[in-house]
Structure formats: structure tokens, C-alpha cells
Design a protein around this ligand. Sequence first.
Ligand code: PLP
Length: 411
Amino acid sequence: MARLKSCPPLAIQSGHDGWLFDESGRRYFDSVSSWWVNILGHTNQRITEAIVKQANELSHVMLGGCTHEPAVKLAERLSLRTGKHLGHVFFASDGSSAVEIALKQCFHAKSIQGQTARSRFACLRNSYHGETIGALSVTDVPLFQDSYRALLNDTFIVASPDNRANNEKEALKALSDLLEEKGHELCALIIEPRVQCGGGMSMHSVDYLRQVRRLTRHYGVYLIADEIAVGCGRTGTFFAWEQVSKIDWPDAVLLSKGITGGNLPLSVVLSSDEIFESFLSNDFTRGFLHSHSYTGNPIACAAANVVLDYFDEGLEKTIHQQTNYLSHAFSRFEGDSRISALRQCGMILAFEVNNAGENFAERFHLQGRAHEILIRPIGNTVYLMPPYVLTQEVADFLADAIAQCLDAVLS
Ligand SMILES: Cc1ncc(COP(=O)(O)O)c(C=O)c1O
């Protein structure tokens, strides 16, 4: 709050397509899809119509003892997209809740199976999985954790693979060593497949993930793929995991953010038959207990069903094309000595700014405003996660704007 004087919030009045408009009519391209949620841009008409239609029919009913078509349809469509390997869906309303639910499910399933010593989790160095107590416990960002350290669970932090460091072999060795030594205490490893977003957009290969799947299976540790940021087409395929295997899935996959196109809060935990069946019992204490008021809200599910319609209609092809627009526009930065590690995975593009100086992120953000883009670097990492509405012209506009911001901030 103390920074509000130097960096006052923008009063946004409306949004359309990739653009946001403030009260004075100035425009800003939302280059980060408003924290990675508005994947189809703002005020998408098809989603708005579906929301209105659903609100006029059934705005909410509890999923305890009731069910409804939008939730069933969404669950079945998501399950189909995993080839029914993850055929069970638990609904919540935000990413952190999905992480909590997945952690609880993995722990509870293992303990029902008699593996009561498996009460700990592992995550990657620099990972970000949310900020509720459980989610923050499997996050490794000191800025968010330090003040709450006393409240957090003791998580194993394992070396993070990072293309910039060319260290996948070492990261796998560290994971393998941890599993060998402490695997019997672990119920699950949580990772973001392909890109650790909140941890500074570090990227890794599909091969690394294949090895992670092999190792976690070998040591009987559940694997949770947090696709809250990287899912819904962000890395090029609906699920990032599809690039790893269409048969050998993690034990749980989480989606949120883009699932409603940024229109309503919703998250889902997809899980395996093994996890689901652990809870099949008439004994209540063996049931999976997570009571959540807004679970499966029909309006949010209706919005998500429209997002899935877009994917059924071939959105991945459009994403592929727009990924190329982005690469083309930003190729001008290759060899620019002011930056390093220009990298891209689907519709995520990032680079580090060398000698960025104090308060770089805030200064760059403010320059962004002056050049008609909404952008929020993480430390000295400048990244774009734009909505899937790019043309070559818009991608060029973004590259121009960022070049001008760099000139201004580094001059
Ligand atoms: C990978 C990942 N997991 C979990 C979360 C938490 O989601 P939410 O902010 O909806 O609680 C985020 C949010 O940025 C995220 O990027």
C-alpha cells in the first residue's frame, strides 16, 4: 500500500479483445492476460451470452446431493481430454483451493491405503503454487513465505530444471536421490509442467517430465501437475502434459485461471481412478472431505464449457500461429546485449534484463503504461502471456512497446 503514491492503480473502465480502457479512454494491451486468466481477451461475447443464459436458468445449486448439466458436461469433456485417464473431477473456485484439495486427496488416499508415514510433499525450487497455508507450503518464493514461515508445513524442496542453466540431468539426479532417501515419507510431488511461471518463467523439456513420471511411479509417490497457469492452451496444447504423454498421466492435474476465460472464478482437480477408488466407502472418515460452498457453480461451468468449445473448434491451431507471430516479432531482441535468455514456450515469452537497477519491475510497469501495455515483470524477468487474440501487427506492436520501455528504463 505504501507504494500507491509512486505507482497508483489504473482505474480500468472497460475491456475488449486484448485491450483495456481506463476512465480517461486511454488504452492498454493486456500483455499478461490479467494474471494469466483472460486467455480469450476481455468481454468475449460468446462467453457473456452463455453466462447470461445460464444465470437465467440456474445460477447456483449445491453439489451436495444435487447435480446439474453444466458441471457434468464440463467434467466429462475434461476427462475425455485426458483420454479418460483422469476421470474424476473435484470443483473449487480458485487455484490455491485446487492445490489444497489435491494435497489433501493425495495424503488421504495414501493413508487409507495404509501408507500413513507418507505425510510430506515435495516441490521444485522457485516454484509457485499459491498462497493459502497448504499451497504456500509447497511454494518456494521467500518473498511470499517469510512472514508466514511458522505456519507452513515442512516440504522437501528439490532442484529445479532450467533450460538457462542446462541442468536437467542434475535436477533429475537430485529428485532421484530425494526419492531414494525420503520417498517413504512422501505422498506427492507437485510441479508445473513445461514452465515454472511464478518462479520467473523457467522452462524445461518434455523429457525431464517423462523421467519425473517414471521416478515418482517407481517410488510410489503421487505426481500432481499444477496446470493452473500452463494449462488451457498456454504452452500450445490444452494440457501441457499432453506433450509428455497421452497415456501416462500424472495422478492429478489442476486447472483454473483460463478455464473460464477469466470470466468467473473456477478451478478443477482431475484425478485418477486409484485416488477416487481409495475413497469409495460407506465409512465417512474414508470419504474425501472438502466441503466447498461454490463447488461446481453452474454459471462458471457454463463459461468453461464455452472455452472448451473454442478448443473443440481448433483453438490450438490458432495458438500455434500466434506463437509464431510472437517469435517473429521478438526475434529482433536476439543478440541485444541489454537482455539475456530470450525464451519462449507456446504463448509464454520471457527474457531477463541485465543490470536492471533498483525497482526495475515497477519502473518498467510504469513505462508500459506510457506505451499502452499492461505488463508486470517478475524481478528483472520481463514476460508476456498475452490473450490468444494476437495478429502479427499486435505482436509487432508489443515488441515495439517493449523496446521503447527498455530504452526508457535503461537510459
Ligand atoms: C501455478 C499456479 N498455481 C496456483 C496458483 C494460485 O491460484 P490462485 O491465485 O487462483 O489462488 C497460481 C496463481 O498464480 C499459479 O500460477
